[in-house]
Design a binder for this molecule. Sequence first.
Ligand SMILES: *Cc1c(COP(=O)(O)O)cnc(C)c1O
Length: 410
Amino acid sequence: MTPDAFTTLDQKDPLRAFRQYFDLPADVVYLDGNSLGALPKATPARVREVVEEEWGQQLIRSWNTRGWIDLQRRIGDKIGRIIGAEPGETLVADSTSVNLFKLLAGAVKLRPGRTRIISEIGNFPTDLYIAQGLAALLGDGIEVIAVKPEDVESVLDERVAVLMLTHVNYGTGAMYDMAQITERAHDVGALMLWDLAHSAGAVPVELNAAGADLAVGCGYKYLNGGPGAPAFLYVAERHQAQLQPAISGWFGHAAPFAFEGDYRPAGDIMRLAVGTPPVISLAALEIGVDLMLDAPISAIRDKSIRQTELFIELVDQEIPELRGSLASPSDPLRRGSQVCLRHPDAWPIMQALIARGVIGDFRAPDILRFGFTPLYVGYADIWKAVRILRHIMVTGEWRQDAYQAKSKVT
Ligand SMILES: *Cc1c(COP(=O)(O)O)cnc(C)c1O
C-alpha cells in the first residue's frame, strides 16, 4: 500500500464533502470522535444566536416563541431516525448515566417478581455502577449479574427482569447482533435495554426492527453535540403508558404548567423527562444531529469498515512490534467503528502519538483505542497516523519521561 492509494480513496469518497462542515485543527489526525465528536462549523453561530437573541433578547418568551419547550422531543425524533425508532419514541434528556437509571428502574418495575439485572463484565463502568446502585436502593433481592459476553445467553431465565448490554463495547469495539440477543431476552420474558453510546451515528441501528424495548445513548460521541451534550433515551411505544418514571419531575408531568400538587406522569415519552433541559446545549446537539441526518448511514458504515480494515492491515504491514496486538474482533461485521490495540505501554505510546498530533485514547489497563468517524476522518489521515505510530515505536520515542506521567482524564 502506498500513500497515493489513500489519496485516491479520498478523492473517490462519497462522504468527502462532510469534512468541510467540521472545524478541525489542520495539523491533527483526530481518531477520538468516539469519545468527543468534533466541532461542527455551524455550532458556534447557532449557540451565539441562542444566547444573544433567544435568551438575551427574547428572554423567557423563547420557551414558546422559539420552541424551547419542544426541543427534547424534536431532537429526540431526529435521533430516532438514526436508531430505527418511530417519532415519539426517543427523547433527549439528562446524561446517559441518569437515563440508564430511569429506564432500568422502570424495567424492573415492569417485571414484578423478577430479581435479576443481567449485564456484561467489561461493559462501560457507569452502566454497571448505575445498575448496582439501583439494586442497592431497591433491595428486595434485586441483584446485578455481569457475565462474559459469551455467557450472556446461558444466564437468561425467568428470574431475569432486564438484560442491559452495550451494543458496541467501548473497550474492544465488539458488536452484538442486536436482533438475535433481543430475541433471546424475550424468549425468557425479559426486557432488553441497549446502550447505543458507541453505535448511534456510527453503525446502522434498527431498534424497532430488532424488537428492542429500551435504549440509551450519548450526544457527545458520534453525534457531535459537544462536551457533556445531553443524552437520549428510547422507550418502545408499547411500553410507554406502563413505564413508571423513577425520577418524577415536573417536566415529566402530564400537565407541567397546571402546577398540580400531585404527580401524574405524561402519557407518552415525555414522562421520562425530569427538569428544565439545558437549552444552549440542546441547540448545539441539534447541529450535530442534523449533519448526521444528511449522511446516509450505509455510506458511513461502508467507509468505517474500509477505514478500520485498512488501519489494521497497515499496522500489521508497517509495525512489527504491534503485529498480533489487535484487541478488537478481526471480522468487521462483529466490530463497531473503532480499532483497539493492546500493548503493555499503551499509555506512554498514546501520549507520544498525541504530542505528534495523532489523537486517539488510552483505556486502562493496556488499550490503544482509535475511533473512526467517517464524516471527518479521511483515508490519508489513516496513512499519516500509522506512519507516525510506526515512528514512535521504531525509535522508542514513547519512552521519554514526558510521556510517562498519568493525567486526570485518560
Ligand atoms: C460514553 C459512555 C457512557 C457515558 O455516560 P455519561 O453519563 O454520558 O458520562 C455510558 N455508557 C457507555 C457504554 C459509554 O460508552
